[in-house]
Ligand binder design. Structure first.
Ligand code: SAM
Length: 290
């Protein structure tokens, strides 16, 4: 079903607010496309035009010869996508986008400047880019003590368990092989920047098995990017009490993924957390633990 759309210059992507005005209801040259799109919607997937040159060409049904101004438009679009982190980039080490990376930098520099004790952790690292950036910031500021913890299955997201976590019933990301990046690849990405050293600690495995027992003393920055309710609540349960007052908790998917938002809201409610939640961009939020 998906191939039929790809062949006609469209992509099938998870439903997130940012694609709302790009999603199409029908592909005229594909008979029955309305029904197929409804079926995909039931799986929380949407059909959007593939904005690459190949996609354009396929939609136009002719060899790619970009119209005037196309390349400049395409470049601007790519810059916007990367700034806001709305795509899954083919090659970049992170899908986070510049605004969310700036937020990581601001939070980490702030805890360094104010001497808020503790390491930094990212739960859900994918190709490692944001964790690499954290390690780079520590190096750039001459920090000699703190570690960066990189927690991931290194084999993609877990299969949703809708019985235990009903909020995850509609978010099955196991169908996207591109979300699975092995530990060796992530280590190689750190090494490529000269940042693979003994101050980077990997926690391979499911969050439910690794985070609570990890030998982490204190944290000054927690960054959660595991998408699911299960992944978010497991990480908050295991890590939040280690967050030093004055440190930061960053949630990548609060705006984009309903399941993640519910986990955060449930956790904050259950623990009486009223620290102001501040938006980073269309999806990321953070708060400072008082
Ligand atoms: C959206 S990607 C993270 C993107 C990354 N932070 C970046 O900067 O590009 C989600 C990652 O979380 C991991 N993940 C999600 N839930 C997990 C869980 N419960 N246990 C272990 N890893 C998990 C996946 O393997 C995947 O690498």
């Amino acid at each position: 079903m998906v191939q039929a759309f790809l062949d006609r210059g469209f992509n099938v992507v998870p439903v997130v607010p940012s694609i709302a005005d790009r999603a199409v209801r029908a592909v005229p040259e594909l008979p029955g496309s309305r029904v197929l799109i409804t079926l995909l919607d039931a799986k929380n997937l949407a059909v959007v035009p593939d904005q690459s040159e190949r996609g354009e060409a396929r939609r136009r049904g002719r060899a790619a010869r970009p119209p005037r101004g196309y390349r400049a438009w395409r470049t601007r679009l790519a810059e916007t996508e990367r700034e806001l982190g709305i795509d899954w980039p083919a090659h970049a080490e992170t899908m986070s986008g510049l605004r969310r990376l700036d937020n990581v930098q601001e939070c980490l520099v702030d805890v360094l400047t104010r001497g808020v004790a503790g390491d930094a952790i990212e739960a859900g690292v994918w190709r490692g880019g944001t964790s690499i950036f954290m390690r780079a910031i520590l190096a750039a500021y001459g920090d000699r003590d703190r570690r960066v913890w990189a927690a991931d299955s290194f084999q993609g997201l877990p299969k949703p368990d809708p019985v235990k976590y009903p909020a995850d019933a509609r978010v099955d990301y196991t169908r996207f092989p591109e979300l699975s990046v092995g530990l060796q690849q992530v280590r190689a990405n750190f090494a490529r920047y000269g940042l693979l050293d003994d101050r980077v600690e990997f926690l391979p495995g499911w969050f439910r098995d690794t985070l609570a027992s990890a030998p982490i003393d204190r944290l000054s920055l927690i960054r959660l990017d595991g998408d699911l309710y299960e992944s978010t609540i497991d990480a908050l349960d295991a890590l939040y009490l280690k967050l030093t007052p004055g440190g930061y908790c960053i949630i990548d998917d609060y705006g984009a993924i309903d399941a993640c938002r519910r986990a955060v809201d449930d956790f904050r409610r259950a623990h009486g957390i009223e620290d102001a939640m501040i938006p980073v961009d269309w999806t990321g939020v953070y708060w400072q633990r008082c």
